[in-house]
Design a protein around this ligand. Structure first.
Ligand SMILES: *[C@@H]1O[C@H](CO)[C@@H](O)[C@H](O)[C@H]1NC(C)=O
Ligand SMILES: *[C@@H]1O[C@H](CO)[C@@H](O)[C@H](O)[C@H]1NC(C)=O
Ligand SMILES: *[C@@H]1O[C@H](CO)[C@@H](O)[C@H](O)[C@H]1NC(C)=O
Ligand SMILES: *[C@@H]1O[C@H](CO)[C@@H](O)[C@H](O)[C@H]1NC(C)=O
Ligand SMILES: *[C@@H]1O[C@H](CO)[C@@H](O)[C@H](O)[C@H]1NC(C)=O
Ligand SMILES: *[C@@H]1O[C@H](CO)[C@@H](O)[C@H](O)[C@H]1NC(C)=O
Length: 404
């Protein structure tokens, strides 16, 4: 059951945005007063988790702003049945992603996957990998996603939707209940041994070198509990808040969504155009004995040319526990955007000790940071490797305007 909680709460959001515009985006135009920012708050369908269990759900045709609009921000979190924020040490939000697809109009069943065609972002990875428009994980409560005026992510453009089709959105939410588990951080890093998983979802045996990652914490899997632990099942929702304005050719400038993956390897074969190969996850091996732990840093890099560049309007990294930060560099070595992991130090939702509760973001003054067409960019991702980390990610979201 999807619920639309609040609609067009524009008075408050407009006031907030004005405040933000004045403090953060000093140079931008204020937009058009008649094109007000609307706020929709939605809930995903309900999912249920018992202690140690995992939900990795895909919900098709979810509630979303309709029509030709520009998205200004997208925030999400896990809430319980009373609407209360659930802390990460109870329900770890491994990730949520929002994907766009089209489907023939005459397919009536709401969640049918019949004839769906994914409409991916402008990013680089192969085939169906990292195609989302929005997506974050545990850091979602303290990561800014707003874009300044006059920019927005354009959706629902009728001229881009093939005749007879409708544009729809799906949400994938992956949450891990860690109440009463033997090893909380092992469970959230999907250690195969804790889940007693030896095969992937197709039943193929996992390589002995694969000790943790998404293959080991699929939907309905169970992480090992402390002996005798019993706890109730609980009902949860992904609550997501979308801010948007009506599309307006004159006053809204479209942004392209790029996702860069540090595991991306450009695969060139003769006579073929190069293919990106993104693995999405990787392991961070513990640093050798004898190192002082304050110097144990795992650094990964990937470099490749960006065919079409543009002005960087927003940037943010995505990392898991152990993440320190990531930086995107231009061909000449200049810093395009750095995003630093923020850790919680308390117990309340949004400030859970030991978890990545936010990522810092970049809002360069529009026009000041430009990536040239064909420029080689380098993503560098750092993890603290004083201990092993499995199934970590090093993603970078970039919102780029081709024109100002
Ligand atoms: C939907 O329309 C297409 C042609 O436009 C047709 O091939 C298909 O069978 C229709 N499907 C349903 C479920 O009616
Ligand atoms: C769609 O929903 C029905 C009923 O809720 C369920 O039985 C079915 O498995 C769902 N299909 C998909 C593809 O999610
Ligand atoms: C782990 O899996 C094996 C084989 O599938 C099974 O025999 C064993 O009981 C499982 N252990 C636990 C703790 O669930
Ligand atoms: C490169 O592409 C070829 C052919 O698709 C494939 O066999 C090979 O595994 C790829 N290499 C890498 C490093 O992805
Ligand atoms: C990595 O984490 C360890 C243990 O929490 C800590 O002692 C060390 O200072 C950290 N290193 C860096 C580079 O942050
Ligand atoms: C957490 O960090 C903040 C800011 O650094 C500090 O003011 C606060 O006292 C800390 N709280 C705890 C519980 O350590």
């Amino acid at each position: 059951m999807n619920m639309r909680l609040v609609s067009q709460d524009w008075v408050l959001s407009w006031a907030l945005l004005l405040l933000l515009s004045c403090t953060t985006y000093s140079s931008t135009a204020m937009g058009q007063p008649e094109n007000k920012i609307k706020t929709d708050v939605f809930l995903s369908p309900k999912f249920e988790l018992g202690p140690g269990s995992v939900a990795n759900k895909v919900y098709f045709d979810v509630d979303f702003p309709r029509g030709h609009v520009a998205i200004k921000s997208f925030n999400a979190e896990v809430v319980d049945e009373s609407g209360k924020s659930v802390p990460l040490y109870e329900t770890y939000l491994h990730h949520w992603v929002v994907e766009k697809y089209i489907q023939p109009k005459n397919v009536s069943q709401k969640n049918s996957t019949e004839k769906i065609v994914t409409v991916r972002n402008s990013g680089f990875c192969q085939d169906d990998v990292l195609v989302m428009y929005y997506g974050l994980g545990s850091e979602t409560r303290r990561t800014a996603t707003d874009v300044p005026d006059p920019f927005g992510v354009e959706i629902g453009n009728p001229s881009e939707i093939p005749y007879g089709y409708v544009e729809k959105w799906l949400i994938n939410v992956h949450a891990i209940d860690t109440r009463g588990v033997e090893d909380r951080f092992g469970c959230i890093e999907c250690r195969c041994e804790l889940y007693n998983v030896t095969k992937d979802e197709d039943g193929k045996p996992l390589s002995p070198n694969y000790i943790g990652g998404l293959n080991c914490c699929p939907d309905n899997s169970q992480c090992r509990l402390k002996k005798g632990f019993k706890g109730p099942k609980r009902s949860l929702y992904l609550k997501y808040t979308v801010k948007w304005v009506n599309w307006d050719d004159k006053f809204v400038v479209p942004l392209k969504v790029y996702i860069i993956d540090v595991t991306d390897v450009l695969n060139k074969s003769k006579g073929m155009s190069p293919v990106h190969n993104c693995k999405v996850e990787y392991d961070v091996e513990p640093c050798s004995k004898g190192y002082i732990s304050s110097t144990c840093i795992d650094v990964r890099r990937t470099s490749f040319p960006m065919k079409t560049g543009g002005y960087v309007i927003y940037g943010v990294g995505h990392q898991h526990v152990g993440g320190i930060g990531s930086t995107l560099y231009g061909q000449d070595g200049r810093d395009i955007c750095s995003s630093i992991a923020k850790y919680g130090n308390g117990t309340e939702a949004g400030n859970e000790k030991g978890y990545v509760v936010g990522m810092s973001t970049c809002y360069p003054k529009p026009g000041t940071v430009k990536i040239a067409d064909g420029e080689t960019i380098t993503l560098e991702v750092k993890y603290n490797n004083s201990e092993l980390h499995t199934g970590v990610m090093g993603l970078f979201y970039l919102l780029v305007a081709e024109h100002l």
